[in-house]
Design a protein around this ligand. Structure first.
Ligand code: HSE
Length: 363
């Protein structure tokens, strides 16, 4: 199968390297073109300077690894319209445009695959789609962001400072170009929104999911959690409602020290679903980084080349996010710590703009 790569950054170069170095892969996958802003020696005669050369080429599959919404969305759309499969790791494009892009792919009889859009190298979305295809997925929960896990883990295990741990996560290549989307919970929210339509069959506007980040968390909160036998993690969670809506949120939460989420170190992530026949299944591993993410892209390509129907068709409808009921929260306002029972909206209204934090106490 002939492939053109769009973008040759961290993940794009990783995909080229993984395919080029493994005869099991390069006997069926050939990177025949690379469309990139800058030329590198590895590209040699594969370098393409115009997007028209991509759609006009004889490639079967376009792999979008540019990131960001535009022009990535336009490129994926144009690739599908020209009758080529598209593989992307771009959660922004998938979270915003999946209904439109999947309809084009269906009309054109081609595939749109995005296994690496949530979970880096973890085989999450593919397994989630399989669980949804043959059963009913009831809820999702996970630690879905490597940057915030790295920061919270540094603060918990080594007493590190928030700012220096963030810098280190950026240096290690885990953080987004603008790391505020990691630390404010927006990256987790996006991965949750993508997982939501794959697993629960409900496509929502990602911005309607309440999201709170980890910026206000201090060593005092970490040590309070420790005394309670807990650690703080940034959790994304969603569950299906009878009426087709979903309840979902992204919040820092106290999780038990003996549970699986507490065992995640560095940039590790965990994604879990609860399904009717399967019960709860949890997938853990590297949620960010060049080779793990590149490998999930390569697996999509390999599946595409070998079977033609690699990702079960995702069945979804558009739906709404409803509020969860009341929950228990740890609240620190200035130096005062207390436990409150409230809904997320009530917490937001009461504490937005004030100094301090609120952290969910998960049951
Ligand atoms: N910025 C993301 C993270 C990268 O830290 O998890 C992977 O999506």
């Amino acid at each position: 199968m002939k492939i053109v790569l769009l973008g040759y950054g961290t993940v794009g170069a990783g995909v080229d390297e993984l395919i080029g170095s493994d005869p099991r892969l390069n006997s069926s996958l050939e990177v025949s073109g690379i469309f990139s802003r800058t030329y590198k020696n590895e590209m040699r005669d594969r370098f393409l300077t115009s997007f028209d050369d991509v759609t006009g080429s004889d490639c079967d599959t376009v792999v979008e690894l540019i990131g960001g919404l535009h022009p990535a969305y336009e490129y994926v759309k144009a690739a599908l319209l020209s009758g080529k499969n598209a593989v992307t790791a771009n959660k922004a494009v998938i979270a915003a445009y999946y209904p439109e892009l999947s309809a084009i792919a269906r009309e054109q009889g081609v595939s749109l695959l995005f296994s690496a859009a949530a979970g880096g190298g973890i085989p999450w979305l593919k397994n989630l789609s399989r669980a949804a295809e043959t059963g009913k997925v009831l809820s999702l929960k996970g630690v879905m962001n490597g940057t915030t896990n790295y920061i919270l883990d540094e603060m918990t295990e080594r007493g590190g400072e928030y700012a220096s741990a963030l810098k280190e996560a950026q240096k290690l290549g885990y953080a987004e170009a603008d790391p505020t989307s990691d630390v404010k919970g927006f990256d987790t929210r996006r991965k949750l929104a993508v997982s939501l339509f794959v697993g629960l069959g409900t496509f929502v506007d990602e911005t309607s999911i309440p999201a709170f980040g980890i910026e206000g968390i201090t060593p005092e909160d970490i040590s309070y959690a420790g005394k309670e036998g807990a650690v703080i993690k940034l959790l994304g969670t969603a569950s299906a409602n009878e009426d087709g809506s979903v309840s979902a949120f992204v919040l820092p939460a106290f999780v038990s020290r003996s549970g699986i989420f507490a065992s995640l170190h560095g940039s590790e992530n965990a994604f879990s679903y609860t399904a009717d026949a399967l019960g709860t299944q949890c997938f853990t591993g590297a949620g960010a980084g060049r080779y793990p993410t590149a490998m999930n892209v390569v697996r999509d390509l390999y599946d595409l080349a070998s079977s033609g129907t690699p990702f079960p068709p995702v069945v979804f409808r558009e739906g709404l996010v409803k509020n969860y009921g009341r929950m228990r929260f740890y609240v620190r306002e200035a130096n005062e710590i207390r436990i409150e029972t409230a809904s997320i909206d009530e917490m937001r209204d009461a504490y937005e703009g004030k100094q301090g934090v609120f952290i969910a106490l998960m049951p």
